[in-house]
Design a protein around this ligand. Structure first.
Ligand code: GLV
Length: 323
């Protein structure tokens, strides 16, 4: 049988990759640095499918080099690196992987809050450095029970974080572009963005990156927050103005930051944010569990194989029919 021609700009968990390889001739970029655009353009000349990674920009220029492309998939829920309108103009389907990463990402968001509140990472550094002595301990954290958590971006992951926060005795408020009608079901109360900033003891950001949310958190927003506030970002780095966050953490406009995503990303090892004592940074691991990454890869494979065969994609962001 003639195999579909597919380009991959990075890795994918093995069970899904093997399924794809049965039906597709795959050209895979295996180096750590992103595939150079010229090489990608050359590979795309006869490709029918593209499995893309978040470090690649899919735009009009790229699509012009891909005349046979029917379907693009990404093993992620976010797709801010993809020009969806351009894909639609070219009649190309784009599939993402919502749903399957909800619990893993909510766990990570809540872990960042717990670790910061209880200084778990600082405690581990303290013990490992041999500083633990009888009667001498590190600075105290804060209780979460009774505090107000403000969730910015109330989709499926936001609702899963709200559930965790309620189980820890927190009061939960949220802001979302569209107010949800099921506040009671998710155990969270809607507030306007400004009111949330002023009321929340802890803020968790989960909103997708878009024209509207780029730079949503800047100097003005940090100055409206409580000086005791904890700020957690698990969405995309550019939703936050990094210089403004650095200033807010340095000058005590807020108390603590925890980031799973940064701008730039990766954050260079000598970045000034990393010199602060009131911050915790993880390397974009929101969905990084074996089970979740496997499920994401399988859904990406389902999307790809459906698109190549002219069937509707199980999770399609734009038009859902074959070319
Ligand atoms: C991860 O960042 C994702 O968008 O799935």
């Amino acid at each position: 049988m003639n195999k579909y021609k597919v380009v991959m700009t990075g890795g994918l968990m093995v069970p899904a990759l093997e399924r794809i390889q049965k039906e597709c001739a795959v050209k895979q970029w295996e180096k750590v640095d992103p595939i150079p655009r010229e090489i990608l353009f050359d590979w795309l000349k006869d490709a029918e499918g593209l499995i893309v990674t978040g470090n690649i920009r899919v735009d009009e220029e790229l699509l012009q080099h891909a005349p046979k492309l029917k379907v693009i998939v990404q093993a992620a829920v976010g797709y801010d690196n993809i020009d969806i309108e351009a894909c639609t103009r070219h009649g190309i389907l784009f599939g993402n992987t919502p749903g399957v990463l909800v619990d893993a990402t909510a766990d990570l968001a809540f872990s960042l809050l717990l670790c910061s509140a209880r200084r778990i990472h600082e405690g581990w550094d303290f013990v490992r450095a041999g500083s633990w002595r009888p009667g001498y301990n590190m600075s105290f954290g804060i209780d979460l029970a009774g505090k107000t958590l403000g969730i910015v971006g109330m989709g499926q992951i936001g609702a899963a974080v709200a559930k965790r926060a309620r189980a820890f005795g927190m009061n939960v408020i949220y802001y979302n572009r569209n107010r949800r009608i099921d506040d009671e079901k998710i155990g969270a109360t809607y507030e306007t963005f400004d009111v949330l900033l002023g009321k929340a003891d802890c803020v968790i950001v989960l909103t997708p990156l878009s024209k509207e949310t780029r730079g949503l958190f800047g100097r003005e927003q940090f100055s409206r927050m409580k000086p005791t506030a904890y700020f957690i970002n698990v969405s995309r780095g550019p939703v936050v103005d990094t210089d403004a966050l650095l200033d807010a953490l340095k000058t005590g406009k807020i108390a603590y930051g925890a980031l799973d995503v940064t701008d730039p990303e990766p954050l260079p090892g000598d970045h000034p944010l990393l010199k602060l004592s009131n911050i915790l940074v993880t390397p974009h691991i929101g969905s990084a569990t074996t089970e979740t990454r496997t499920a994401m890869a399988q859904l990406a494979a389902d999307n790809l194989l459906a698109g190549l065969a002219g069937r509707p994609l199980p999770a399609c962001v734009n038009i859902n029919k074959g070319k």
